[in-house]
Write a protein that binds this ligand. Structure first.
Ligand SMILES: NC(=O)C1=CN([C@@H]2O[C@H](COP(=O)(O)OP(=O)(O)OC[C@H]3O[C@@H](n4cnc5c(N)ncnc54)[C@H](O)[C@@H]3O)[C@@H](O)[C@H]2O)[C@@H](O)CC1
Ligand SMILES: Nc1ncnc2c1ncn2[C@@H]1O[C@H](COP(=O)(O)OP(=O)(O)O)[C@@H](O)[C@H]1O
Ligand SMILES: [K+]
Length: 498
């Protein structure tokens, strides 16, 4: 929990695909002496390990070393720690293919190496190796980095399991071994790290669940890569959001600030209408119109709402619509809203009722906000497939519908149909997994649309403020969706205070 101290994140965080990182590395390597890049990586890694250890001298460090350059980084960093008095043991998964220069450096510094399979020297053997890991103060995971394919290989699985059992702090080199760097997918076992030291650029997997959870906190080591302007993934931070939040000027009036229309709720689910309005009233629009059968419940709770029981077509001026929360099977209302020539946010029941062809044919932009279950239903796949491959799912939906799609959940992603960087929300908290909090988000993001933000900005700023409001409201204890709505002004002030 970041709690009330939240808010020191001030630069857009970007992640680049593995191919982009490799290209940048090749270009830089061509201009540098051989091995220089790996030394930069190892120096940053060793410094992070030393910070974590506090006292390096006398500490017990175990390196898990695969056969690629990821293992090389671990070996060179281990050599640096050994020179400062740590007892360093490298566990080699493939002794004959371990990075030769790194291994020699470690041995010169007084470190030793054993085989994971037990073939080489004392202390080897599977049981001995696992014991070594369990007794360590620090485990450095250099099994595999961006060269990884598929899940962790079977010979590496017991090492990852021993690291998880161990009391040691676990530092992953570049990525936790076993996670997919490009997508955040995790197939089978992967290393669970307390800290991941990543080189040159964040990789998408470090920002997307489930892999993000395996990474622990992430420290970026600058190795001098020159990266393209457009990343594959970007996470807004406080300063970015502060620039995008709509703030009224002296000449503003309620219409200039934007009117958001909420077509939500039903006799069965009046609460969804109330919660969507609760979010909308705190989202920057100058007025909130409500259309639907829950007008009485809405007006009782929020007398400032402009309530109408006519359909959306007769509701009067609206700069953006929200349709769907708690809407049941009211396809006619969804159709009417989609026919309006203003931005529309479609959520919940509305997603099921919005035909792809109709959404694609709209001239004004559309923002769809499914959770994983709804996204799975739209794509005709299992929910687990969406949860395991969120990036592919959000892109696929955006392409199919010709819309901006915000995929809710542990990592909320926002993709535009035109391609470009996918936004990832960094403020989410599992306390938001409470009934109705999605309704608050749809009202909030709809209000931002009415205030003039693009669908991508309204979705990502909405998710950011909503996540922050969830953290502030919860502050370590369970909350209801209405609490989240009530904390939105505090979240807003928190962002602008930066
Ligand atoms: N390319 C560069 O310029 C730099 C690379 N660096 C490091 O180099 C890494 C990439 O190195 P490589 O390209 O050698 O690749 P890796 O070391 O990431 O992985 C390749 C090795 O892992 C094995 N492997 C692949 N999939 C596996 C799996 N699922 N389970 C277990 N083992 C698996 C392969 O057999 C191969 O031997 C980066 O992640 C980073 O740590 C850094 O030194 C910085 C500079
Ligand atoms: N584990 C989680 N971590 C972070 N945020 C979550 C998590 N689970 C759900 N959320 C967020 O909570 C909200 C729930 O929305 P939704 O699933 O539509 O619920 P409802 O339909 O009950 O309103 C979304 O903003 C979603 O991103
Ligand atoms: K690794």
């Amino acid at each position: 929990m970041l709690g009330r101290s939240y808010g020191k994140l001030d630069r857009m965080r970007s992640a680049y695909s593995v191919e982009t990182v490799r290209t940048a590395e090749r270009q830089l390597m061509a201009r540098l002496p051989e091995g220089a890049l790996m030394q930069r990586a190892a120096a940053g890694l060793a410094a992070a390990c030393a910070d974590l250890l506090g006292r390096v001298y006398g500490s017990r460090v175990v390196l898990l070393v695969g056969s690629g350059d990821n293992g090389g980084d671990a070996l060179y960093a281990g050599a640096r720690l050994a020179r400062r008095g740590a007892g360093v043991t490298a566990v080699l998964l493939a002794p004959e293919r371990a990075h030769a220069g790194g291994l020699a450096a470690l041995r010169r510094a007084g470190g030793r190496a054993v085989s994971a399979g037990g073939a080489e020297g004392a202390g080897g053997g599977a049981a001995g190796v696992e014991e070594l890991i369990e007794r360590a103060d620090l485990v450095v995971d250099g099994i595999v980095g961006i060269g990884g394919k598929g899940g962790l290989r079977p010979d590496a699985v017991p090492l990852a399991a021993a690291a998880e059992r161990s009391r040691a702090a676990v530092v992953a080199v570049d990525l936790p071994s076993g996670v997919d760097a490009g997508t955040g997918e995790v197939r089978g076992v992967a290393v669970r790290a307390d800290l991941t030291v990543t080189f040159g650029a964040h990789k998408p997997g470090l920002l997307i669940d489930p892999a993000r959870e395996y990474a622990g906190s992430v420290r970026l080591v600058d190795i001098g890569l020159e990266l393209p302007v457009e990343p594959e993934l970007e996470a807004l931070q406080h300063a970015d959001v502060a620039r995008l939040l709509p703030v009224p000027r002296a000449e503003s009036d309620k219409y200039r600030r934007g009117v958001v229309g909420i077509a939500a709720g039903s006799a069965r689910y009046p609460g969804a209408a109330v919660l969507a309005v609760a979010g909308a009233l705190r989202g920057g629009a100058g007025a909130v119109r409500y259309v639907g059968p829950a007008g009485d419940a809405v007006i009782t709770r929020f007398p400032e709402t402009l309530v109408s029981d006519q359909g959306p077509k007769h509701a009067g001026r609206v700069q953006a619509w929200v349709v769907g929360p708690g809407a049941g099977d009211d396809a006619a209302t969804v159709g009417e809203v989609l026919a309006a020539d203003v931005p529309v946010l479609v959520d919940a029941d509305g997603l099921r009722l919005a035909e792809a062809g109709v959404v694609r044919a709209r001239r004004a932009p559309t923002l769809m906000t499914p959770h994983a279950g709804e996204a799975a239903a739209l794509l005709g796949v299992d929910r687990a497939e969406v949860e395991g491959g969120r990036l592919a799912a959000v892109r696929e939906l955006a392409g199919r519908y010709g819309a901006t799609v915000l995929l809710k959940g542990s990592t909320t992603l926002i993709a535009d149909s035109g391609g470009g960087a996918v936004r990832v929300n960094p403020t989410g908290t599992a306390w938001l997994a409470t009934a109705g909090s999605g309704d608050v988000l749809s009202g909030l993001a709809g209000s931002l649309l009415a205030a003039g933000l693009s669908t991508v900005d309204a979705g990502s700023v909405g998710a950011y403020v909503h996540g922050l409001a969830g953290r502030l409201a919860a502050d370590g204890a369970p909350v209801g969706a209405h609490d989240v709505a009530e904390a939105v002004p505090e979240a807003w002030r928190n962002v602008l205070a930066e």
